[in-house]
Design a protein around this ligand. Sequence first.
Ligand SMILES: Cc1ncc(COP(=O)(O)O)c(C=O)c1O
Length: 375
Amino acid sequence: MKLYDVYPIFNLNIVKGKGCRVWDEDGNEYLDLYGGHAVISIGHAHPKYVENISKQVATLGFYSNSVINTLQQGVAEKLGRISGYDDYNLFFINSGAEANENALKLSSFKNGKKRVIAFRKAFHGRTSLAVEITDNPKIIAPINANGHTTYLAMGDIEGVRAEIAKGDVTAVIIEGIQGVGGIDIPDDGFLQQLQEMCNATDTTLILDEIQSGCGRSGKFFAHQWAGIKPDIITQAKGIGNGFPIGVVLISPKYQAVYGELGTTFGGNHLACAAAEAVLDVMEEEKLLDNVNKVGAFLMSELAKIDGIKEVRGRGLMIGIEFDRPIKEIRSKLLFDEKVFTGVSGTNVIRLLPPLTLSMAEAEEFIKRFRRVLGQ
Ligand SMILES: Cc1ncc(COP(=O)(O)O)c(C=O)c1O
């Protein structure tokens, strides 16, 4: 059997990772400024992570959600404390898209409505509702195009007001920082107005922190820069450091009903062991401080480089926009300088390194990047 060929891949077989570095099968070492698409938070093969998962798999790899799972309770407690959301409730699932699906279901169960407001260039995942609220017609199959979504420009608060006034909007969903869309940060004031408007109209405000959460922006959630407290927050990627896990943080306004949501694998013992290690390491190694320090250094060094149109982002979620396609720059970075980076669209290089990136590694990246640009 062959693989279903949907991924345009680099001809590289990565076989090992440690910290912020990965190695290919020929032993070449790469600096990882991509984190496997914002997934690696505490670094590849962190000893605490390896120990937690190894111990757990040797003890109990899986049991179902029909029995007590104290590991889930432990993760909920830690996540609540570290994120500042200890009054919220936690639902476990397996991926980002599923987290958004469940957030939308909760919203619709609560207020009985069906339409969603999402923003231009938004990416929320590829399952049925998640893809329907994603602003990319190429990945929305006819079976998913059910007219649930109205897309507005980010910042268009009057547009949001007018749509909500029609009476059928269940939720407004917005990324803490748009990732796939090109590292676009919603204005603090816009987020604050959204929250006010949603509160006043029983519309659910959902913050998709799947990429921007778990400390990547320098606060636990990117929306915390705006001082808001949304109704529902979705998170995945970094919380598992590579183990598939998604979570939905739910305001106490929502009353759980038996059977309303459910999953076979969500919150399984191994996923919890992974998340627990991530949260412990974030605290023990003060990763938020590191993200702020190293992120600020990268932003200031990047701003000194000629030929870049704009550098934007927060913490270790950084977009470097050129006024031309970056395909060749990215390819030179990877093959000549051995640096993994991400991309948004055609002109933006996306940096999403592990949150453990050191100052020395950041300096090394800047040196290699300058070499590629001939500076
Ligand atoms: C903001 C955002 N939401 C949702 C998703 C979907 O997550 P997953 O691929 O885990 O389903 C992603 C993935 O890139 C994302 O960046």
